[in-house]
Design a protein around this ligand. Structure first.
Ligand code: SF4
Ligand code: SF4
Length: 324
């Protein structure tokens, strides 16, 4: 338990407010939902969302609270995202981004632009989050991964996801190849959508069958091609995580990592493996305070605070904007 203060909530409130104000002022079509119904109401929504971000970081500044509040906030994010989609499909198009629908699965962030030959808003949003916060997309920003996080409830210290590097690389290559083939052969949109839907249904089945049983995020760690892209490109951002010399190899943290990034070999190497999303859950499992955030020359505790400010502000801002 650490003493909570109001500095982090202040920064998250301010940053979220600034980010959303920029969108409110600069984007012609209102992006903030309330603004679409009542002129000026967007500012009230921005205030509420900024307060929400401040509340979440207030709770998460204690590392022991991170697994619980990350789960709550990420699930809420996903519920709001999919609720808007359902209401939009029911005929209330103000709940949709632009009316140009696509399947709500992360693979479309990659497959869609390859098939169509042009970038989408979601792809640009995704790439921006990787630049700003490294792998936070896969710990608190993805509308789909929240379900894998829920499915993998419970804890296990077993090392279970063998050959994940080879499997995930193969799936990524297959997705890129398939999107190119569909494009080259001018396969109609309907057929391509059916193929993409099959990919999404397989992903959900993996969550239900494997993540539930293994208590790890099997879908995100082994199957999702966007997760693989995040694993590789997260290093464009300087945030890192390491294990210092106070670690006594008790292995308690392993149980807290749903991304299978803290197995014996990783701990002996003094850093999580490539599938780490910097989610911070493992800090709750380390009684020696041996797992630390790193950002350039900053002290570890300050690096963690900065990471929380950036990721939770982005999480709150995306909560107000992310829709299909
Ligand atoms: S691995 Fe895929 S589904 Fe999981 S959080 Fe990342 S993008 Fe989302
Ligand atoms: S090693 Fe820690 S920060 Fe990285 S994914 Fe696992 S629990 Fe999250």
């Amino acid at each position: 338990m650490i003493k909570k203060n109001y500095i982090l909530p202040f920064f998250v409130f301010t940053l979220t407010f600034i980010l959303l104000s920029f969108v409110q002022i600069k984007v012609a079509r209102p992006m903030i939902l309330a603004e679409r119904f009542v002129k000026g109401a967007g500012w009230i929504e921005i205030f509420i969302v900024a307060c929400y971000g401040a509340f979440v970081v207030f709770k998460m500044q204690d590392p022991g609270n991170v697994p619980k509040w990350r789960k709550i906030s990420w699930t809420l994010f996903s519920i709001i995202f999919f609720s808007q989609l359902v209401i939009g499909l029911a005929g209330f198009d103000k709940f949709l981004m632009s009316g140009k629908l696509h399947l709500p699965i992360p693979m479309m962030i990659l497959g869609g632009p390859i098939y169509r030959g042009q970038l989408s808003v979601m792809t640009i949003l995704f790439l921006s989050t990787v630049v700003l916060t490294g792998p936070a997309w896969c710990s608190q920003l993805c509308y789909f991964g929240a379900f894998d996080n829920l499915a993998s409830g419970g804890k296990t210290s077993k090392e279970i996801l063998r050959y994940k590097g080879a499997i995930k690389t193969t799936i990524l290559a297959l997705v890129i190849t398939m999107a190119l083939v569909l494009r080259w052969f001018n396969v109609p949109l309907f057929t391509s959508t059916l193929i993409a839907a099959g990919f999404g249904i397989t992903g959900i089945s993996i969550m239900i069958i494997f993540s539930l049983k293994k208590k790890k995020m099997v879908h995100c760690v082994m199957y999702c091609p966007i997760g693989t892209i995040v694993n590789v490109f997260k290093n464009v951002n300087p945030f890192r995580m390491y294990i210092d010399q106070s670690c006594n190899l008790c292995m308690n943290c392993t149980k807290f990592c749903k991304y299978d990034a803290l197995n014996t070999i990783d701990i002996k190497n003094s850093k999580p493996s490539i599938t780490c999303t910097l989610c911070g859950d493992c800090l709750a499992g380390c009684h020696h305070n041996s797992i630390k955030y790193k950002f350039l020359k900053m002290k570890p505790e300050n690096a963690r605070k900065l990471y929380l400010i950036l990721t939770i502000s982005l999480h709150a801002a995306c909560l107000a904007m992310a829709r299909i």
